[in-house]
Design a protein. Sequence first.
Lengths: 143, 874
Amino acid sequence: MLALIVLILRYALMFVLYIFLGWVIYTLWRDLRFQSQIVTTQKIPQITLSLESDVDGTRLSFAKPELVIGRDSECDFQIHDEAVSTRHARLTYRYLQWWVEDLQSTNGTFLNDQRVETSTVIIKGDELRVGHQNILIDIETTE
Amino acid sequence: MNFIFPSTPAPKDLLQSRLMKLTALFIFLCCLVLTFSPAVRLHTWLADYHWEQWVGFAVWICGFSLIYRQVNRSLPDRDPYLLPIIAILSGWGLIEIYRLNPSLGFRQTAWLGACFLAMLVGFRIPQFFTILRRYKYVWLISGLILAILTFFLGTYPGGTGPRLWLDIGGIYLQPSEFLKILLIIYLAAYLADSLPTHFRLIQLLTPTIILGGAALLILIAQRDLGTASLFIIIYTLIIYLASGKRRVLLFSFLGVVIALIAGYFLFDVIRLRIEAWINPWLDPAGRSYQIVQSLLAVANGGLFGRGIGLGSPGVVPVAQSDFIFSAICEEFGLAGAIALIIILAVLTIRGLGIALHAPNKFQRFLAAGVTSYLIAQSLLILGGTTRLLPLTGVTLPFISYGGSSLVTAFFSAFLLMMISNQSEDQPASIENGRSYIFVGSIFLVGLTLVAALVGWWSMIRADGLLLRTDNPRRAISDRYVVRGEILDRNNVVLAQSTGEKGSYVRTLTYPLLSATVGYSNPDYGQTGVEASMDNYLRGVAGNPTTTIWIARELYSQYPIGLNVRLSLDLKIQKQADTLMQGKTGGLILMNAKSGEILAVANAPTFDANQLDTQWQGWMKDTSAPLLNRATMGQYPAGTAVSSFILANYLADRELPGVTPAFIWTVGSGGENSCAVSPGIDPDWASLISSGCTGAITSLMQNSTSTNLTNLFDELGFSTRPQIQIETSTASSIPSLSDVSQYITSDSLRVSPLQLAIAAAEITNGGHKITPKLVSAYQSPMGDWILMSQNTPTAPLTKLDAPSAVNLLLQDKLPVWQTVAQVEDKGKTVSWYVAGTPTDWQGVPFVLVIALEESTAAQAEQIGQELIKNIFVPN
């Protein structure tokens, strides 16, 4: 008799365990379906950098979320200027915006002639000064 | 239940509350089953119930209720699955630990309480991640210092073992556990600070390799190889996830393979582990003991498990920490194991998801790191216990016993919960998310493989595994279930289960039969009839399948055993034992027609009821009391085979008219020696039955070595007798150029049982017989069912058995007989062989006695005395 009760309890606890799992899996699946419905293809708006001094117009466009400006050949946007640090400034895309941030460069980074102290949002038409160079910024507009 | 886990109407809270309630119900039911399990095992309400785990349950539910409320308050946007997952894993583990060892359960409860307190405090620390990130070197280096301290102050809580713990006032800490999480914090912080710049990978990694390598060296020096391999895995995964470069995985994989090969040749530990993994069945009692026992536990679980408290997971070494998964498999079955694996799979998916949604790189790497650590460590030990991977002694996070491990796991879960708490879905940008998908896939594939292997061991291979003799569950069941009785031919009990239910012991009512009836002992295994008839005695053979199934499902035990009847006659057995007292040797009395063994006497022998106290002494005793000399002793045959030589001779020709004339002396082996005195002016009959070497060798002169080896071969001297107790492998029959050496030297060796089988052919008119010790078993309905019968075979044409018997017939007793006395490596061995005549009206029998360090006259005296008693029962 006791063994039968315990057997029923054993099956019951296994049942509860699987209800738990079933519930977890069901809600996860529901969540996934919900997300797939609302998902929007979040694309990084392309950012285009060009040097003001360079009249021929070396324009470089990027579609990645992070790029570094500096004198080093490893940098995404390389500037041959003694006043520019090896790794001078960083542009990042987050919170649906492009941001600029100074990488503790020797001569500083200036956005529209204001020194960049913390991460700052940049928009289309902004002018960025590193060393003696002015960089023009063009950001692709998204609908 | 709403009071314990109150919910707000928000869907996330509702989900979390519902999952917490289900978890609590599950743990509650586990505790309930565990409480009653002792009563189920004893089949009675009157038992010592398990109450200890309720303390654990109380702490667990109060703690999680508090954490739950705190989490709802301070982390409104956390992942709703995390808390239920850690609750169910830690609760399940805690109850299983209580089941295995209540005192460890209390310790684990205390650690759980400490985790709860730390978590409650942790939620209140402002700027938590900033502090973690800023002091990354401080954390890692203090961890390293703690680990180095184990070289000087290390102890092992359980006695002797690897000294990986620090004893702080009775609390044992294992620094390598904390080192793991500190390494993850350091790596996450370092990579988040340094990664954006496109320096070369090697430059980027140099500082981490130095620090990680230092940690690795400490672990390798401490021989904590499980944690060391985990370190390599965690390090590789974090670097790979952060950099997205596949070659990191490739290099690390190659490095591990090279290290493994080097380790295989350099370190014994690694070689043993790998060999035990590749072929565990080679040395199941030694090197691969743990893994084989673990697989036996998994096999015993079956589909739904034996039920908590009803299995025997405690027989697996360190079941509460390294092998807790085998314990869960045994008591919750394949269904439970798959549930546990699904929970880990959900943790994998949620953990990596949290990493992807993290607001900054530090928190992303941190979340990815702790998820990798939790799942990789789980996979290592899950794979180890199911033979997917070589065994590494790491714990199963949240579940295994161990304070440091529990604290580390809870801290990881705490970090994940904190990171998951993002109000706005604005994760840090990511260049390459594929690495997260890849790592997640590897984890999920690994978990699926573990589930498949548990299915393989518990379903497909289970029956074969459970029948193994090194499965201690059989012996444990014997303590709770009455084992069948072993009876003699007149239903007198020879062996039975005595004592109280739960502590039955096997008792021999006539201990002098220990070598034949054998023993069934949890420590020393099984021998004799106890071993050969084990299936009937424990009721798995001869019972209806439903009976066996009900006993297994309801009680996780075997059904009540069936009685087994032997052919032995206890009355004659007692006389034989009395006569053999003080001698060294074996005696066997057998029905010459049916092959039923009526008595097997051994001297000296042992008492199976005193195995536990006397075993060591018997093992060391040079007189070998454990040996069943009657069936296993191999002695030089000497003139004991003269009846066969005579019957062989008479098949072709008459005896010569002239008897060999020597001055006969009584002794061993010489040409003119006789085993016993042949009397004055002896004839052929008395010369042969007295074992006179010269007379018998003269009958062999016409035979070639091939003739004789064929004869002995046909008599069964080169085959191992098949009987329900242990026999020795037969000695091979040598080919001797001087045929007389077959009886003068010690080169032809037989056991008393072999000689009895051959002698029965002489009495039986040349017909071969099969020896038999077990005659019947008693079905559950109470009637006796005979074991298979002998099939009569055609007589051996080579022998003229009736003429030989007539010639060797004695005056004083109605039997034929031969005797022998042989020198065997400086010892004297003597034989007495006798049998009833071919046309005997009563029960035909043969008697064989072999004695060490006694004369043939003494053997003859014992034999004739016993035969007189058989004919004239007193």
